[in-house]
Write a protein that binds this ligand. Structure first.
Ligand SMILES: Nc1ncnc2c1ncn2[C@@H]1O[C@H](COP(=O)(O)OP(=O)(O)OP(=O)(O)O)[C@@H](O)[C@H]1O
Length: 385
């Protein structure tokens, strides 16, 4: 398959936002030109395949500023908040901090305390850069070792100029703020960040076993024991996020990393958003196969859209493809709106029951995440995890 060919399944998993971004990158002669291929994750261009999409229908609540000093953050009530930073200004900026020292003290490594005291002064020279772990639209991710302490983590390097060029400062800032605030064993931790003249570097937990999606593709669908373990962990992670009034909005196997012993680590908070109280959202975002009926109908939605997406994920883990997969967006949407849910014979009765409850058409009828771990399918398989 040539570099500039995108397969139908990959386009299917693309996002409207992403297509818009791609268009904008093409119009701007930006890096999107290189990226339009199914080898996007490993090719030199940014990855635009299988990505979320988003079309803003309403003004969204923004969280408070972070990324102080990088040139990408803003200070509340600061009139210069959204002013693009010139290269000259950027070069004068100091090393940033995203969070207090305890961020690193909670890192899963004995050297973390020592590491913590140094992170404000970090630069790329403080790390041994290991293998490339992946590539996103705005940066590359590497496995790195902090030279002084031996602390191993993932480092995502993003060009400031590209973040500014594609006007995604706010989205980037929100992603960083949200990920930094979340602390849960099934969410990929963001320890902190630093920057230099050209790039911002995010230091993250390194789940060593890579993307769940790759395991799904290489090993085929999972059995009940493995799938139920993943579903239970994901329910826990989402329940935690929702308890903090945060919606993930882009659940799919590509956004799940794996640590040791099948520990699930949800990642990519690029479309996550805070949703305080009974507020509802209207921004259309997510990945086609994972969209809930209320999203497709452009209705207001809340955290139960993530519950639906968990149902789609559970199905994909057991079957190998999402339940409403079709060759076109229109056909997929039609099946979702009809809730045309068909299980292959091998899917067990209790698994069908949980998936059906997660995929209840009406958000009110969906099983609460707290009840997922007590569901018979989960309880039956738990002893074998
Ligand atoms: N903390 C991490 N540990 C291990 N691998 C990671 C980590 N974060 C990202 N990766 C890998 O690097 C790839 C690129 O990640 P990145 O966050 O830049 O992009 P993305 O979120 O997949 O895509 P995009 O930037 O287009 O939204 C991921 O697909 C994943 O395989």
């Amino acid at each position: 398959m040539g570099e500039n060919v995108t397969t139908v399944p990959e386009l299917r998993r693309n996002s409207l936002h992403q297509r818009n971004l791609l268009l904008s990158m093409r119009l701007n002669n930006g890096p999107g030109r290189k990226s339009f291929g199914n080898s996007a994750r490993t090719s030199s261009g940014p990855n635009l395949a299988r990505k979320p999409w988003r079309m803003s229908l309403s003004h969204e609540t923004k969280t408070t500023a972070a990324l102080v000093g990088t040139g990408l953050g803003h200070r509340p009530r600061d009139a210069t908040a959204n002013v693009k930073i010139s290269p000259l200004t950027r070069s004068k900026l100091n090393t940033a901090q995203i969070s207090p020292k305890k961020e690193f003290n909670s890192a899963p490594n004995g050297a973390a305390g020592n590491f913590a005291s140094r992170y404000q002064e970090l630069s790329l020279d403080d790390f041994e850069v290991g293998k490339k772990l992946g590539k996103g639209k705005f940066g590359k991710v590497f496995c790195v070792k902090h030279k002084a302490t031996g602390f191993i983590c993932a480092l995502k390097a993003m060009k400031k100029s590209e973040i500014v060029q594609y006007n995604v400062q706010k989205q980037f800032r929100r992603e960083v703020e949200i990920q930094a605030a979340l602390k849960h064993p099934n969410l990929t931790k963001l320890y902190g960040y630093f920057h230099d003249d050209k790039r911002v570097y995010l230091l993250m937990e390194y789940p060593v076993n890579g993307e769940l999606y790759k395991h799904l593709r290489s090993h085929g669908p999972f059995n009940d024991i493995v799938a139920s373990h993943f579903v239970s962990q994901m329910a826990d992670a989402l329940d935690y996020m929702h308890s903090r009034h945060i919606l993930h909005r882009d659940i799919k196997p590509e956004n799940v990393l794996l640590g040791f012993q099948n520990t699930l680590k949800l990642t990519d908070f690029g479309w996550s958003v805070t949703n305080v109280g009974s507020a509802k959202r209207k921004t259309l975002c997510g990945t086609m196969d994972y969209l809930s009926p209320e999203l497709i109908k452009w209705r207001e939605y809340d955290n139960r859209a993530d519950v639906w997406a968990l149902g789609v994920l559970a199905f994909e883990l057991l079957v190998g493809n999402p339940p409403f997969e079709e060759s076109s967006k229109e056909l997929t949407y039609r099946r979702i709106l009809k809730r045309d849910l068909l299980f292959p014979d091998h899917v067990s009765v209790p698994a069908r029951d949980l998936i059906s409850r997660l995929l209840a058409y009406e958000p009110n009828s969906r099983i609460p995440l707290k009840d997922v771990k007590n569901h018979p399918w989960i309880e039956k398989n738990r002893p074998f995890w």
